[in-house]
Design a protein around this ligand. Structure first.
Ligand SMILES: C[S@@+](CC[C@H](N)C(=O)[O-])C[C@H]1O[C@@H](n2cnc3c(N)ncnc32)[C@H](O)[C@@H]1O
Length: 938
């Protein structure tokens, strides 16, 4: 018997040549023969293995029927039988016979290997097939050794095995000799140079729209690869989908919406954060339609829209996006709102102006809900106003108290100076204790100064029937009072017909009121405010405010006409706060046992807003959103003196809103334990298990002798805007691969970001991935692939997601790891080198020392991202804190728009058939469910 000469994959355990996506890669796939004979043999062997695998499928092996799809090729939801036995475990499976690597004499690999194939020489190997993904597969894999000949028939014997594999030393020698010619192939590796699909990358919808209005990400875009399973999952997820929004409005009067389209504003545009588009925009459009710009020239009310955070100090919470504000000035006269062409605050649109910078801060959160047909409805809007720094009550000589008093209706004014200058504990009602109505749950303070109106919602507190009564009184006053009767005093009226207003399809945006407003027990609806002086008029302010009950839980208000019938059934009873509270108390026992915990910081800082979201099951598995939240005290309010800046409060608000929501199935609130700037929760609605323990790290750990040497930096002081001048851009072939929204627009073998030696600031747009995740991510239990990662937010194409962080190991070390589930080969392959480049053997030797990131014991959220054959992420090598291309950072970017809660995946790029363990081929089925699924992970 003639034993086949062998060319072996240089690793004992795992390996794969990098597989470029069609049309990509330095070398065309058919050009591989130019790269070396050994490489060709290896590939041929791999191909053979694949075809053998295919043959094996016919024999009823685990690939048959194709997992996750029906005869039409459509992905099918996994059946019960496919479920993993437990979280993170790998199901044992298999047994196939398959010729794999051929150990070849180093000098004649091709011929020998070919010979072996022609001979049908006795090739022996064993094969391990693994089932579902996840942790700890090694423990559960059932291995079975089988010998086979080149035809896939069981042939050889243990003797053959011995012949080929027993002399470990010799075998290794051969392998390494071979690897000099053909350096170690990669297993899971970066797929750089991938092209963005149409509509992505440089053409990405970044969440910014002209004037902030068309910022709506185009859901449904880039869905060509979407599978039936995706869609099914979406149905399930749709009701969970929620978006968050931080809004800011400004006092604007002469608002021409198209102004924003002119791009007059130099903002940092949002890239990652959800844009709640349709309802809000319809709201504006609706108003626009029926608006006359010529009426009531001096009525100053603003409704704003945009994803904006506080700009008071020019800083935004990290990850907070901003868009140009849309302002509407409208007046309600005789029940009709009119858009106003007001001359007040002409320059307020210019956010670079002083007023804008210190302007009126409104933090708004919205919860979006999609129904099963993909329509999005905004159910509840959460909002809050903060006092601008420059508001009169911010001025040293005038406290908020005095301002408040000066504008408070006389019949509501208490003794001057009665406002306590101490912090008001959470749940304590009177934020404006100068006023008669201690139970006031909402106060809207407005002051007019220099033709500008400032408004703030002062407090939110517990309410009771009494306040509702007061509210009714106010409403009645409104009914019977013509405007002129209130000429000499400020007037506040409250329209509590919130249901009606909702039915009009009007969504709350921002409230900018006038004078002092007291709305007690307002749940949601219009607050009509009569203004005096130069800005006389009646202004409608739509409010949507949830109140605190005695436990500190916010009541929820759900617009019943905005939800699907199934959900409506559940939420109808929630349209009134009182009912809602009852509901929540009963339904959320155990979820939010101690809501006061969540309010600690808010309490310390006064009546800050708390946001809460809840889900309630109706037994059908559908989970309607609920809502709420409240208000943030202006930083010059007595109870916030010295405690918190507006910026800080805004940041707090946005984080609270976004991240401290009550989610079903949360088993860990933040797996990073505070190490990431945005908490990463773990959600398991399946079995309540948690991920296997590992150490969460945010930076790659290099092997001890390795020392990073920061590269020479650029000298730019203009944020590296001139890419011809920027030394880092030059390294990127003269272009910065990110747009101003921090979206990646080019892929390259390696991207050079600006680094520690550069003179540019951290905000430079060539520093994107080095700042860590800026998108809210969560780890969740998938159906078949263990844990996965998703985001509750919409992610626009090109957005940075996270780095693949772990311990850097030399490949030889990586081969010895017990758990190979979290290995990611890094550095450039030899076939990344320029075509035709000549390298000496020693150079190749040097290059042949490859590195691998192992995230098994230490890692970040990136370790949980699963593979898909139709991925939505893309791995990109990036260098910034050193320039050693052997150990680049592996950064994951969105390569398409990604819906909220859609699983994030990238292509592991395993070279099928070459992942080995203890001399045996490992096979792992792919459960990505894509219509383009290659069926095997490796
Ligand atoms: C980096 S881990 C991903 C996180 C993993 N799911 C977990 O539970 O920790 C990679 C492992 O996940 C599993 N996996 C990822 N994507 C998969 C897929 N499409 N099909 C099957 N298993 C997959 C495999 O076990 C793979 O070795």
């Amino acid at each position: 018997m003639v034993c086949a000469p062998t060319v072996e994959v240089p690793r004992g355990s795992i390996s794969a040549k990098r597989s470029w996506p069609p049309g990509c890669g330095h070398f065309p796939q058919n050009g591989d023969s130019e790269k070396g004979a050994a490489g060709a043999v290896v590939e041929e062997a791999a191909d053979h293995a694949c075809s053998s695998s295919a043959a094996a499928r016919e024999g009823g092996l685990p690939h048959d029927p194709q997992p996750g799809r029906d005869e039409s090729g459509e992905a099918q939801p996994p059946g019960d039988g496919d479920e993993r036995p437990s979280d993170g475990q790998t199901e044992s499976m298999v047994l196939d016979v398959m010729p794999l690597a051929f150990a070849a004499p180093q000098s004649s690999a091709v011929d020998s290997a070919n010979g072996s194939m022609e001979d049908g020489g006795h090739i022996t190997d064993s094969l391990t097939v693994e089932g579902k993904g996840g942790q700890g597969s090694d423990q559960l894999v059932r291995n079975e050794d089988v010998t086979a000949n080149g035809d896939g028939r069981v042939a050889g014997s243990k003797e053959d095995d011995g012949e080929l594999w027993s002399e470990e030393g010799e075998s290794r020698k051969k392998r390494w000799s071979t690897s000099i010619v053909n350096p170690p192939p990669k297993r899971r590796a970066v797929s750089a140079r991938r092209r963005f699909p149409p509509g992505c990358g440089s053409a990405a919808v970044t969440g910014i729209g002209v004037g902030g209005r068309s910022a709506a990400p185009m859901f449904g875009q880039d869905d060509s690869n979407e599978t039936m399973e995706d869609k099914r999952e979406e149905v399930g997820r749709a009701i969970e989908a929620r978006d968050y929004k931080i809004q800011e409005s400004q006092v604007v009067d002469n608002v021409v919406l198209d102004d924003f389209a002119g791009g007059q504003h130099d903002y940092d545009h949002p890239q990652n954060v959800v844009t709640n588009y349709s309802p809000t925009h319809s709201f504006f459009e609706e108003m626009d339609d029926r608006t006359s710009l010529h009426e009531s020239p001096r009525v100053p009310l603003v409704a704003g829209d945009g994803d904006v955070g506080s700009e008071c100090d020019g800083s935004l919470p990290e990850g907070t996006s901003r868009t140009p504000p849309i302002g509407l000035v409208y007046v309600k006269r005789n029940g009709k709102r009119k858009l106003k062409d007001d001359n007040i605050d002409k320059d307020s649109l210019n956010r670079s102006g002083k007023e804008s910078k210190c302007g009126h801060h409104v933090a708004t959160d919205q919860i979006e809900q999609r129904d099963v047909v993909g329509l999005t409805t905004k159910k509840v809007i959460i909002q809050a106003l903060m006092a601008p720094d420059r508001c009169p009550w911010k001025q040293p000589r005038k406290s908020i108290t005095s301002v408040s008093q000066s504008v408070t209706p006389r019949n509501n004014v208490k003794k001057k100076g009665a406002t306590p200058r101490q912090k008001i504990p959470f749940k304590v009602t009177p934020s404006t204790s100068t006023r008669q109505d201690a139970e006031t749950s909402l106060a809207l303070d407005v002051h007019e100064r220099s033709n500008k109106l400032c408004v703030t919602l002062l407090s939110c507190a517990a309410s009771g029937d009494k306040s509702v009564g007061t509210l009714s009184k106010l409403a009645k006053m409104d009914d019977r009072s013509p405007l002129h009767e209130w000429e000499h005093e400020p007037l506040v009226t409250v329209d509590v017909k919130y249901e009606e207003s909702l039915q009009e399809g009007n969504l709350i945006t921002h409230a900018r009121g006038l004078v002092n407003v007291k709305t007690m027990g307002v749940n949601e609806g219009l607050v009509n405010v009569k203004t005096k002086g130069k800005n006389e008029g009646l202004v409608s302010v739509k409010l949507n405010v949830a109140r605190l009950d005695k436990t500190g839980i916010f009541g929820e208000v759900t617009p019943k006409n905005k939800i699907s019938s199934t959900q409506r059934r559940v939420t109808r009873s929630n349209t009134k706060v009182e009912q809602c509270m009852v509901t929540r108390k009963s339904k959320h026992d155990g979820i939010n046992k101690d809501p006061s915990n969540r309010s600690t910081k808010e309490s310390e800082c006064g009546n800050h807003l708390l946001t809460d979201q809840t889900k309630e099951h109706d037994g059908t598995g559908l989970v309607p959103n609920s809502a709420v939240l409240a208000l943030m005290a202006p930083d010059n309010c007595p109870w916030t003196q010295g405690k918190q800046s507006i910026a800080g409060a805004s940041q707090l608000l946005s984080r609270k809103n976004k991240y401290l929501t009550v989610r079903e199935g949360v088993c860990l609130p933040d797996i990073s334990e505070g190490k990431e700037s945005i908490p990463i929760c773990v959600i398991n609605t399946t079995d309540g298990m948690q991920p296997m323990p590992f150490k969460y790290i945010t930076e790659v750990i290099y092997p001890p002798p390795y020392e990073k040497a920061p590269p020479k930096g650029c000298d730019c002081t203009n944020g590296c805007l001139d890419s011809s001048e920027c030394a880092c851009a030059v390294k990127n072939e003269g272009e910065i691969p990110f747009n101003l929204n921090s979206a990646i627009v080019y892929t390259k073998p390696v991207i050079y970001e600006c680094g520690p030696s550069c003179r540019c600031p951290p905000t430079c747009h060539n520093r994107v991935s080095q700042h860590g995740p800026k998108i809210q991510l969560e780890i969740f239990k998938t159906g078949k692939t263990g844990w996965g990662v998703r985001s509750p937010s919409f992610i626009s194409s090109g957005s940075f997601i996270c780095e693949y962080v772990g311990e850097v190991l030399q490949e030889t070390e990586a081969e010895r790891t017990e758990n190979d589930e979290y290995l990611f080969d890094i550095g450039r392959d030899s076939d990344d080198d320029e075509e035709g480049s000549q390298s000496s053997t020693s150079e190749i030797m040097k290059e042949a020392v490859g590195y691998t990131i192992d995230a098994a014991k230490c890692g970040n959220v990136g370790r949980f991202i699963n593979h898909s054959c139709s991925p939505n992420l893309h791995a990109q090598d990036v260098l910034w804190d050193h320039d050693d291309t052997r150990v680049p950072h592996v950064m994951l970017f969105a390569e398409k728009n990604i819906r909220p809660l859609q699983e994030l995946t990238y292509d592991y790029n395993y070279n099928i058939g070459q992942v080995r363990q203890n001399g045996k081929e490992k096979i792992k089925q792919c459960f990505c469910g894509s219509s383009k699924c290659r069926l095997r992970l490796y």
